[in-house]
Design a protein around this ligand. Structure first.
Ligand code: AKG
Length: 276
């Protein structure tokens, strides 16, 4: 069994919107995801976003929503303990799963992950929505570990989605239709923001609110791939909120719930964890 969060970690998550959890996930689960990453790099799903197909360098690659078709990812989601960590962090009595997201940056990848907020990309509303981002490689900030604007989950802002890898012709261009104000140019004015981030080890998790501003630099390492899996979690107060510009992987046509309802739809948002 992977570990539980301490009271200190839970307090940090609620206050800052993000917490770094060391040694969060056991090796056996990460090995399953490593194998899937190799497969997806060769043959992305229809939701893949590949900045430089086939290249060993300067390649930012993401793929997502594999849990329904891939047993390794399903095992990771159901058994590795991310749902429990998410529930404990959010103070929720239960967690349901939304989707998995693989995030790879090969050595010398210049593309940053742009500063963004997750909730506007997703057809959900509520405070108890978060991600558990698990490092599959040891990663420094220079090597593209994530950074966060501490406390920005409490600002009450709703930011328009930003395009990853700035490809307006990409299938992800649904994001261009999004709602909300533009994310400020945080890079141009870093001193004005309370930016926090951690060098991470394989198996560490970073748990963060869907409302916090976050991003990551490119991978400046000459030799090391940076890889991670982010899993997305829904707590007790989350409600279905389909809207223009939301991720099309799961839409109103797919679900058995109506707008404003708790996502009690086991086919699309399986129940993973309950508080004892
Ligand atoms: O891994 C990254 O670079 C970005 C991850 C991210 O933005 C997320 O998990 O929401």
């Amino acid at each position: 069994m992977a570990r539980n969060l301490s009271d200190k970690e839970i307090t940090a998550f609620r206050r800052d919107g993000v917490v770094h959890v060391t040694n969060a996930i056991e090796e056996q689960w990460m090995q399953k995801v490593d194998a899937v990453i190799e497969q997806q790099l060769e043959q992305p799903s229809k939701w893949g976003n590949d900045g430089n197909p086939g290249q060993a360098k300067d390649r930012m690659f993401t793929d997502r929503y594999l849990w329904k078709s891939n047993q390794h990812i399903r095992d990771f989601v159901m058994q590795a303990g991310c749902g429990r960590l998410a529930g404990q962090a959010m103070g929720s009595n239960s967690t349901r799963f939304y989707f998995d997201h693989l995030l790879v940056k090969e050595p010398e990848t210049s593309a940053p992950t742009p500063w963004h907020q997750d909730v506007p990309y997703w057809p959900f509303n509520g405070q108890q929505i978060c991600s558990v981002w698990v490092a599959l490689s040891d990663t420094t900030i220079q090597g593209s570990a994530m950074e966060f604007v501490r406390g920005s989950h409490l600002d009450g802002k709703y930011y328009m989605p930003e395009l990853f890898a700035a490809r307006e012709d990409h299938p992800s261009s649904w994001q261009l239709e999004g709602e909300g104000e533009r994310v400020p140019d945080i890079e141009a004015d870093r001193d004005q923001y309370d930016i926090v981030g951690w060098d991470v080890k394989r198996g560490d998790a970073v748990i963060f609110s869907a409302w916090i501003l976050h991003g990551a630099p490119g991978n400046s390492s000459l030799t090391s791939r940076r890889s991670a899996i982010s899993t997305r979690w829904l707590g007790d107060d989350s409600v279905w909120y389909p809207h223009t510009g939301a991720d099309p992987t799961v839409t109103d046509d797919d679900v058995s719930i109506a707008a404003g309802e708790y996502p009690a739809d086991d086919d699309n948002f399986p129940h993973v964890w309950n508080k004892e």
